[in-house]
Ligand binder design. Structure first.
Ligand SMILES: Cc1cc2nc3c(=O)[nH]c(=O)nc-3n(C[C@H](O)[C@H](O)[C@H](O)COP(=O)(O)O)c2cc1C
Length: 464
């Protein structure tokens, strides 16, 4: 059984976590698992399922927050071509490990969700595109699929319904870009993983092998059995008026209890970071936190009371005492985003310029190279950071970084990877500009000096 440290039992996804051998079909079914798939296939039609998911208000948990029910309703009701459900289990976002956690602990919850979702979109073929390094979840899923086939839950007549289902797993090779849905579909087709220049028709019309396709995240699909079992209205009662349900958060970095947590949407990041994850390490204070993996703009430590719903994280008014960051999405200013739920926490001992440098190295390395701003901008930014951090930079480098972030954002790249790289620069420059200036002008790092002082045997002693 994988370690459950740092985990709460939430009401939806993790309600059975901690039960011995939950990953086996026997135990999952004894707890009530597969009841929702049986109900969907034997008592409901696809349109009723889609409506139930629409009523639930469930939004995609892969980062884009798109309504799941609406996405499913875009699939054609009739198609001469086979239709596909593709589950995005690539999870390469720095700071995010919740999909791995769900698949490892409860692979049948995902597979039951796949059974229901495939039926709802009238597809007989489902794929799980899984990150190459995820050996544990992969093995659990292979075994679980074997158990389902033995029982007939995957096969010609699942639960006696005249609706054959096949589920296959495709292993990626660990590239971040493979999580972007267009690149993922290219990779599934055996091609180089590069984003598609999406214009209508979207994947629901022309997805993998040009066939109607729905792509959904692991957590999104794992939520579906609960919704079908309890009803969309029951799910919609959880959370806030506009953001329904619960979601998984992975908390990592400078906290006492890093781990995966399920929490109702609408509670605050303080509830999560200081409550569930135990708060800062003894003697330290939280300086920065990323709400949705490193691809979401960073937030300062004094804004932990931001709520986890859409209105909370995106609301620029929440930045009150802070200058509004020059971030925009489709022309609209926003503070940050819930993204994949990967919450990274850093305390005062960590230098934000070094953090941004490290992240830009990641984005430059992971750029697929298809579009120019991302291919070129990331590397330029890394060079500017190298100059600043080696003491050879100057204020002109801050101007260069500012221009690079502007060139990466606001739809100038083919996919969100470029925006993410731009937001790292923009948000750290906005909230931690003084640290940039210290490095660029004086070759000084106050964060590192604070860390050294804190660990010195003279710590706490005055000169008096
Ligand atoms: C660079 C990049 C990486 C992404 N990686 C993932 C990922 O690992 N898993 C995921 O579910 N979505 C990822 N996404 C979002 C997907 O493109 C897509 O929106 C999502 O899989 C849709 O599922 P959902 O509607 O259930 O959220 C990524 C997007 C970008 C731009």
């Amino acid at each position: 059984m994988p370690e459950l440290r740092g985990t709460t039992k939430g009401p939806v996804l993790t309600r059975w976590f901690g039960t011995d051998n939950l990953h086996t079909l026997d135990v999952y079914e004894k707890l009530g698992g597969y009841g929702a798939m049986r109900k969907a296939l034997t008592t409901m039609n696809p349109d009723q399922i889609v409506q139930e998911v629409k009523d639930s208000g469930l939004r995609g948990r892969g980062g884009a927050d798109f309504s799941t029910g609406v996405k499913w309703s875009l699939m054609p009701k009739e198609s001469a071509l086979p239709m596909h459900l593709v589950v995005n289990a690539d999870e390469s976002e720095p700071g995010s490990a919740k999909d791995r956690y769900l698949m490892e602990n409860s692979p049948h919850m995902l597979l039951e969700g796949i059974g229901i979702a495939a039926f709802a979109i009238r597809s007989h073929q489902a794929w799980i595109y899984i990150r190459g390094e995820y050996d544990g979840p992969y093995e659990r899923l292979v075994t679980a699929i074997g158990e389902m086939k033995k029982k007939g839950y995957i096969g010609p007549k699942p639960f006696g319904a005249d609706w054959p289902l096949d589920v296959r797993i495709f292993r990626g090779h660990g590239a971040y870009i493979c999580g972007e849905e267009g690149a993922l579909l290219e990779s599934l087709e055996g091609k180089r993983a590069q984003p598609r220049a999406w214009k209508p028709p979207y994947p629901a019309q022309k997805g993998v092998w040009n066939r109607p396709t729905t792509v959904n995240n692991v957590e999104t699909i794992s939520t579906v059995p609960w919704i079908i079992e309890n009803g969309g209205a029951a799910y919609a009662k959880l959370g806030t008026e506009k953001s329904h349900g619960t979601r998984m958060f992975t908390v990592s970095g400078h906290v006492q209890r890093p781990g995966n947590y399920e929490m109702e949407i609408g509670k605050t990041y303080r509830d999560l970071i200081e409550g569930l994850a135990g708060g800062a390490l003894p003697g330290h204070t939280i300086k920065a936190w990323w709400p949705g993996g490193s691809s979401s703009p960073v937030m300062p430590g004094d804004l932990l009371d931001t709520t986890t719903d859409l209105d909370g994280v995106k609301n620029v008014a929440n930045l009150k005492s802070h200058p509004q960051p020059p971030l925009n999405m489709g022309g609209r200013a926003f503070a940050t985003m819930g993204g994949s739920g990967g919450v990274i926490v850093m305390d005062e001992s960590f230098c934000m310029v070094k953090a941004a440098h490290r992240l830009l190295q990641f984005y430059a390395h992971e750029s697929c190279g298809k579009c120019t701003p991302c291919r070129v901008g990331g590397n330029w930014a890394v060079r500017a950071y190298e100059r600043i951090l080696s003491g050879e930079g100057g204020t002109e480098d801050l101007g260069i970084l500012d221009r690079i972030q502007d060139g990466l954002q606001a739809g100038r790249c083919l996919c969100g990877l470029g925006d993410a790289a731009g937001w790292v620069i923009a948000s750290t420059l906005t909230h931690y500009r003084s640290e940039y200036e210290e490095h660029a002008l004086h070759n000084v790092c106050s964060a590192e000096m604070a860390a050294v002082n804190a660990t010195s045997p003279l710590a706490g002693r005055t000169n008096a």
